[in-house]
Design a protein around this ligand. Structure first.
Ligand SMILES: [Zn+2]
Length: 275
C-alpha cells in the first residue's frame, strides 16, 4: 500500500500536476459493468467467503470506500482525457475483477466501469484497453469478450498469474526473462494495429510489475525500457489525437521505491507531451 503515497509525493514534488480527490463511483455506475447482485453483496459486506478469499482482502468499510474511490477516479480521469487529451488515476487498473466477482486484489474493474459509464453518457462509442501489466487483464477480457466496440489488448508474462487465462481480443504472452528490446519491438508492432481505426479513447493499464526488480513479475525490463514503453504508448495516442487515460496497475519491487519511481515516470512522461 505504501506505493500510493510515494507516487503522489513524487508527482507533487514535480509541481506539474493538479490533484483532485477521486469521486466515489455509484452502485448504478458499477452495475454498468458488474453483476448488480455482486455489487450489492460487496457493498453490504454479505459477499460469499470464497469470493472474498479470491479477492484477497478482508472486507471492511474502508475497503468499500477505497474500491469506490478507485473506480470513481478512473471515471473522472476518463472525462479529463476527453476534455484535455489525457487524464490519470493514481490508483486503479484493477484488471482481475470479472463481471460477477473480484479476484487477485481487484474488487471492481475500474477501466470497464469507466468505459461503460462514458458510453452511457454518450461521450464515446469505441474504446481500446492497452494493458501492459505483467499479469493478463483477464477480467477486462471477460467483461468485453462479446463487445466488438471495445478492443482489449494484454501483453503479459506467459507464466504469470492468472494461470487460467481469458481471451483478450489481442494477447501477447511473453516468455520469462523478456527484456527491453524484445518487449519494445513487440509493442511497436502492436500499436499501429490497436490505433487504426482510431478508438474514441484509450485506457492504458500501466502496471510496472514488468520491472526486473519486481518480486511477482517474471520479466526483466529496466527503468529506461519502461520509460520507452510509456513514450511509445503515449506518443502514439498523442500523434493520433486519441484521448488517453493512465491507471496504475501492479508493481511490487523490492524496495517499493523502485515501483513508485517507475509509476511516477509514466505520469511525468505524459506531461512531456503538449496535449
Ligand atoms: Zn500485475
Amino acid at each position: 500500500m505504501a506505493k500510493y503515497r510515494l507516487i503522489r509525493g513524487l508527482l507533487a514534488a514535480s509541481g506539474q500536476f493538479v490533484f483532485r480527490r477521486a469521486p466515489l463511483a455509484s452502485p448504478d455506475q458499477l452495475s454498468l459493468a458488474h453483476d448488480a447482485a455482486y455489487v450489492d453483496a460487496f457493498l453490504h459486506g454479505t459477499l460469499d467467503k470464497a469470493v472474498l478469499r479470491r479477492i484477497g482482502f478482508p472486507w471492511s468499510e474502508g475497503l468499500v470506500k477505497r474500491s469506490l474511490a478507485s473506480v470513481g477516479g478512473t471515471i473522472a480521469a476518463g472525462r479529463d482525457a476527453l476534455q484535455r487529451g489525457w487524464g490519470g488515476n493514481l490508483a486503479g487498473g484493477t484488471h482481475h475483477a470479472f463481471r460477477a466477482e473480484g479476484a487477485g486484489f481487484c474488487v471492481f474493474n475500474d477501466i470497464a466501469v469507466a468505459i461503460e459509464s462514458l458510453r452511457a453518457a454518450g461521450l464515446i462509442r469505441r474504446a481500446a484497453v492497452i494493458d501492459l501489466d505483467v499479469h493478463q487483464g483477464d477480467g477486462t477480457a471477460q467483461i468485453f469478450a462479446n463487445d466488438p466496440s471495445v478492443l482489449t489488448v494484454s501483453m503479459h508474462g506467459a507464466r504469470n498469474f492468472p494461470f487460467r487465462k481469458q481471451q483478450s481480443k489481442i494477447d501477447i504472452a511473453l516468455p520469462d526473462g523478456t527484456a527491453d528490446e524484445a518487449y519494445l519491438a513487440q509493442l511497436e508492432t502492436l500499436l499501429p494495429i490497436i490505433l487504426d481505426p482510431a478508438p474514441d479513447i484509450v485506457f492504458f493499464q500501466a502496471g510496472v510489475d514488468t520491472l526486473d526488480s519486481d518480486t511477482l513479475g517474471r520479466l526483466a525490463l529496466t527503468h529506461a525500457g519502461l520509460r520507452r514503453r510509456d513514450r511509445l504508448v503515449l506518443g502514439a495516442c498523442h500523434a493520433s489525437k486519441i484521448p488517453v487515460v493512465i491507471t496504475l496497475g501492479g508493481g511490487y519491487s523490492n524496495p517499493i521505491e523502485l515501483t513508485a519511481q517507475a509509476h511516477a515516470t509514466t505520469f511525468l512522461t505524459a506531461a512531456e507531451f503538449r496535449w
